[in-house]
Design a protein around this ligand. Structure first.
Ligand code: RAM
Length: 348
């Protein structure tokens, strides 16, 4: 697993990872460009690129979209962000339609549903807007590219290994997910179920619930899980909103130290729970890099530099060159595990 790259301080980078990884992961620290970002990117003349997260107010998307904005600043386009308050497909459709009407050059969207936003995305594409999904995909025929944070198998395996280690390979666990139709979480959960059955048959998933990437709903779902399953050993939450809400609930309850919480979280939201021992370890990638790479992919597509075919390559500024894979997919990196030893090296 690699260390998230762009938001590290130089000191943290030196402590946390080998020079080889630093070089292969990013080729330079934030604000210290190696010049890749400037290479002949004048063709990106004032592209208008809109970021559409699952919902607003989620620190994960604030970080990813800040990465998108940084990239757009580098290649000289215009950045905007719109999004619904609630993580629903209906909430996203109006923004997709508006972006198309306004003639946006590219839309970078994290999908709340694999199919429900497809018609409007395809209308936008017909109107000339390049569509890049990132973080959470749609069906492949309603977008041009998907920027995936890591391989779904790797993301699932990281969480399976974390929970197995934390409950010694046996016991009852529950999953606290995002919204019920989220493409990314549903894919990871399906893979986690398979991996658990194969590798840790003594771990039973007793229930999967949905907090809709809403802090209060995720908090309430945590309470409900603990009430219905008195023998619960762990909650695995593959969403940064869910894991933070679950950890907060457990930290203030008698379950602290009894019921483990792991999954996918941001270091800044999870720091206090790791420091006080309520959470041992969790995983993620660098959301800023994800947004940064997605903006560069949108730029390459909207400027006509690539068509989004398998094998197409493009420069993603400080992150270096990426290649489009099968089904128009670009993969950022590997997931990374955060724990008490390394969490202070990160600030996002
Ligand atoms: C939440 C969102 C996002 C997911 C992360 C891990 O912020 O659901 O889509 O990738 O968690």
């Amino acid at each position: 697993m690699k260390t998230p790259s762009r938001t590290r301080s130089a000191a943290a980078a030196a402590v946390a990872m080998s020079a080889a990884l630093v070089l292969s992961a990013c080729g330079g620290d934030n604000g210290d460009s190696n010049g890749n970002g400037d290479d002949g990117e004048a063709s990106a003349e004032e592209l208008n690129i809109t970021f559409l997260p699952k919902n607003l107010g989620n620190p994960y998307f604030e970080t990813s979209n800040a990465g998108g904005e940084a990239a757009i600043d580098e290649f000289g386009g215009s950045y905007s962000e719109v999004g619904p308050q609630e993580a629903t497909p209906d909430g996203q459709v109006q923004y997709i339609n508006t972006a198309a009407q306004q003639g946006e050059d590219a839309l970078v969207v994290s999908a709340n549903d694999p199919t429900a936003i497809c018609d409007s995305l395809n209308e936008a594409r017909d109107a000339g807007t390049a569509v890049v999904t990132f973080d959470s995909d749609t069906e492949t025929d309603c977008r041009d590219l998907f920027v995936n944070q890591a391989s779904p198998e790797g993301i699932a395996q990281a969480q399976v290994d974390l929970v197995a280690e934390q409950i010694d390979g046996e016991g009852q666990i529950a999953i606290l997910s995002a919204s019920a139709n989220a493409t990314n979480q549903n894919h990871w959960i399906e893979l986690m179920e398979e991996q658990l059955a194969d590798e840790f048959p003594d771990i039973e998933i007793v229930e999967t619930v949905y907090g809709d990437d809403d802090d209060q709903r995720s908090f309430d779902q945590t309470a409900a899980l603990l009430q219905s399953h008195s023998d619960l050993d762990a909650i695995v939450s593959p969403t940064t909103v869910g894991i933070a809400a679950a950890a907060r609930y457990i930290a203030d309850s008698d379950y602290a130290g009894e019921v483990m919480v792991t999954g996918l979280g941001t270091p800044n939201q999870m720091r206090e729970y790791v420091e006080d021992g309520v959470v041992e370890a969790f995983a993620l990638w660098n959301p800023e890099d994800l947004g940064y790479l997605s903006a560069w992919a949108a730029q390459a597509l909207a400027s006509g530099e690539i068509e989004g075919n398998e094998g197409d390559t493009f420069e993603a500024g400080e992150l270096g060159e990426y290649t489009v894979g099968e089904d128009g997919e670009i993969v950022l990196d590997d997931p990374f595990v955060f724990d008490a030893e390394n969490i202070d090296d990160f600030d996002f």
